[in-house]
Design a protein around this ligand. Structure first.
Ligand SMILES: Nc1ncnc2c1ncn2[C@@H]1O[C@H](COP(=O)(O)OP(=O)(O)OP(=O)(O)O)[C@@H](O)[C@H]1O
Length: 241
């Protein structure tokens, strides 16, 4: 579903992402972890065809990703780390727009809307202007926009920041069920308990370079900490303990 080969991004004299190689198969919930500034967002933007790599290549759904791959991009979606939505739209106008971009049928759209409004406790809030939404409500709106058309791959950059506990739990369950149904999820987060709970496989990037990848148990073995939390394993593998 996702294949990066020698993926590299250089900004000026700084190498943000350095020769990254990895693959994510269909139906996997893949967590991409690393400290601040390690190159996660830069990598996601290259995988999604939003940023041109300096070197290497990206294959999405078996096709080379490039900036101009509009049809391919309709099969993926993105929850960015800041929910920036034009404030002068209402929540409904925003979602109508997204449904139109992805060519959703009206019936399917209405069904999904009903489901997600209940899911995120947003009933009765959809006709409010986005500029009057709280941070968490904006985050929910962006997540609904990214999931309601059931893309083959969804990329989520820190999706749970600002979500209340119930929404957080609902989202975790949704993502697990989503991958069980054969979709693919690529997640970055600093909330290591989230990755520990839901990820099938983890890749750790440090200063732009891939450090370790595998299941939590495989990473525990590499770190020499068989019963440790992902937080302990992560700190061991990135900071040396
Ligand atoms: N447009 C840009 N121009 C110059 N440098 C950039 C640009 N975008 C990112 N960088 C640099 O690339 C490096 C990686 O940044 P990136 O945003 O990918 O990190 P990140 O792992 O997503 O961090 P965080 O966890 O803080 O979100 C950083 O050193 C950052 O300053």
């Amino acid at each position: 579903m996702i294949k990066a080969e020698g993926l590299t991004k250089i900004f000026g004299s700084a190498t943000a992402v350095d020769s990254l190689d990895f693959e994510v198969p269909k139906g996997e919930l893949f967590a991409f972890l690393g400290p601040n500034g390690s190159g996660k967002s830069t990598t996601i933007r290259m995988l999604m065809g939003l940023l041109e790599p300096t070197g290497g290549s990206v294959e999405i759904l078996g096709e080379e990703m490039r900036l101009d791959k509009t049809e391919l991009k309709k099969r993926i979606s993105f929850v960015p780390d800041t929910p920036d939505i034009i404030g002068k739209l209402s929540g409904r106008e925003y979602l109508n727009f997204v449904a139109g971009v992805y060519g959703m049928q009206q019936e399917e759209y209405e069904r999904e809307l009903e489901y997600f409004l209940d899911f995120f406790d947003l009933e009765g809030r959809l006709d409010t202007l986005v500029e009057n939404y709280s941070h968490g409500m904006r985050q929910k709106l962006v997540i609904i926009g990214a999931l309601m058309h059931h893309p083959d791959i969804v990329f989520l950059d820190e999706p749970t920041v600002g979500l209340d506990p119930k929404s957080n739990r609902n989202l975790k369950n949704y993502l697990r069920a989503y991958t069980a149904a054969g979709h693919t999820v690529f997640l970055t987060t600093h909330t290591l308990s989230l990755a520990e709970e839901i990820a099938d496989r983890i890749l750790i990037i440090y200063q732009g370079v891939a450090r370790n990848s595998g299941t939590l148990d495989e990473l525990r073995a590499v770190a020499g900490k068989p019963d440790a939390s992902l937080e302990d394993v992560f700190l061991e593998l990135t900071e040396g303990g």
